[in-house]
Write a protein that binds this ligand. Sequence first.
Ligand code: FES
Length: 269
Amino acid sequence: SMLVEMGSVVENNILSDDVRAMVIQAPRVAAQAEPGQFVMVKNESGSTFLRRPFGVADVDREQGRLLLIYRVAGKGTRELAGLEPTMEISVEGPLGGGFRFGEVSGGAYSGKEDGRTLLIGGGVGVAPLIYTARYLAEREPENKPLFLLGVRSAEELFWQDYLKEFTEEIIVTTNDGSAGKKGFAIDALPDILAAHDIRHIKICGPTIMMEGLAKLAMERGIECQVSLEKRMACGIGVCLGCTFEGKVSGKRWKICHDGPVFPAEEVFE
Ligand code: FES
């Protein structure tokens, strides 16, 4: 269930020009957060930006810590980037529904007969997939997920440091060709599907990126879940600013409350 916990900043490190990694001491939220869920954070050290949602990038339950990786892209995130170790930060969560595992094949995630999972991340959408990769790797060390990492340039390869322990292989695309395959994640997907027995795909990134990837997955009959990054204001199902109509169910879903993770076929057709 959802908690509001006064946490404290442990680290707030620079990963690239505009991406930062914040570790927060918040043991009660850390004990409950599942892969794909998010938290709302609020600066308690003086200033006034609104609460904001961030996908949980990773959790260290032993240490009682959460990792958030965020892009500095406005007043709120600039303020967040200015927080220093020991400063207080209020953490509300875990919120929303995260990724589902193994339900399509009926019951608990059942190993090799389930084939391999491919995780696909673009931009800061990679963040929640770190925890997802950890979860899969810890449950099944012999069948770690593959990761397709779609970034702008070689400067964003820092993600690999977070992912390599939990993944079988990381396939990289960069828009400018400075590392990996030149192009977008979608350009690498057909080869990956040809070379591996992929049964599950989980994607987090910009909607335009996810659409092409999810459509190809659906065409091939591969179970696919997407995490929607659409801007959330209240985060708790009250403002109705995050709704969309499910393509299959016709239901009016709230991204913050019913998602952010949905089956691809509910979102794209
Ligand atoms: Fe307010 Fe979803 S963000 S209802």
